[in-house]
Design a protein around this ligand. Sequence first.
Ligand code: TXA
Ligand code: MG
Length: 307
Amino acid sequence: MLGAGGLVAFPTETVYGLGADATRDDGVERIFRVKRRPLRHPLIAHFASLAMMRDWVELPPMAVELGERFWPGPLTCVVRRSARLSPLVSGGLDTLAVRVPGHPLARALIAAFGSPLAAPSANRFGRVSPTSAEHVRTDLGSDVDFVLDGGACEVGVESTIVDCLSEPGRLLRRGSVTLDELCAATTRAIEDASDTASGAPGTLPAHYAPEARLVLVERDQFAEAVARIAAQGARVGALLPPGRPRPAQAVHVIELESDPILLARNLYRSLRELDAHCDVIVASLPPEVGVGAAVADRLRRAAAASH
Ligand code: TXA
Ligand code: MG
C-alpha cells in the first residue's frame, strides 16, 4: 500500500501521523492534498532507528548527540536534505526534519516497510492534532487508506523541534523534551526560538486551534469570564484549572490535571470534546513546567488564532 503511494495513518507517542513513502513524490503529494496543507509547509521524515536514519541522511554532530539521548522519542531534528527523499517532504527548503518515533507500532511499520515515512499530524490543516485512531477517522474518513490503531497517544502534543544546523542550535517548537533537557544532552549551545516569528515554518497559530473561539483568562477571573461570555448568548465550555470551582454558566466543563504529563496527554482530546458542545472555550495557562510549557504554547497559539 505504502509502496504504491498509499497513505497509512499510524500512532506515535506524540500524536497520530499520516504517513507516505518519503521517497515517492506521488505519495507525499497526496498527504498535502488530503490534509489541504500548502506545499511549502514541510513534513517530518520518520525512521525506525538512529542507525536507519544514518543510512539515509547525513547528520550534523548536534543531531547525533541529541538523537543518541532522545531517540526513539518525541524529538525532531532539522538537518540537511537528502537527495534520496522526495523534495516535497522539505516543502521547498534545503533542510529536512527527521525523527525516530517512540511508539513501537510506528517503528515496526517503518522497519517492515524499509524506507522512511514522511508524515505530518493526521488531521486536516488547521485542526488540532489527533491523539487517537478515532480522531483520525473523524478528520480524514476514507481519504486515508488504512488507520493503524495503537490506542491513545502517551505524550499528546507534537514533538520538540530543534534546528541542528544553525550556530547556536535553535529550539523551533516546544514539546515534551524541554530546552533544559536538550542543553544537558549536547556540548553545543541551543537558544529558544519557539516564541518568535522565525520559528519552524508552518507553526502558525491556526495549526493548533479548535473550531470554537478560545479565550485565555487569568485563573482568578475564570468564573467571571465564563459568566460574562455566557451572558452574551454563547455556549461556553471550560478547560477548568485544577481546584477551581465549576462555573455554573458553562455548558461543558473539563477539569484539567495538575500533573503536566497528564495535562499534555489529554489536551487535544479535551479541546475536541469541548468543540463538539461549545462556541467559546475559556481556559487559563498552566504553569510552564516540563511539558506544561508546550501546553501553554499550544493554548496561546489557539487563542491567537481565535480572533
Ligand atoms: O510529533 C510530531 O512531530 C508529529 C508526529 C506525527 O511525528 N508530527 C507533526 O507534524 O507534528 P506536522 O507536520 O504537524 O508538523 C511538522 C512541523 C512543520 O509544521 C514545521 O514547522 C516543522 O515540522 N518542519 C518540518 N520540516 C522542517 C524544516 N526543514 N525546517 C524547519 N521546520 C520544519
Ligand atoms: Mg500538524
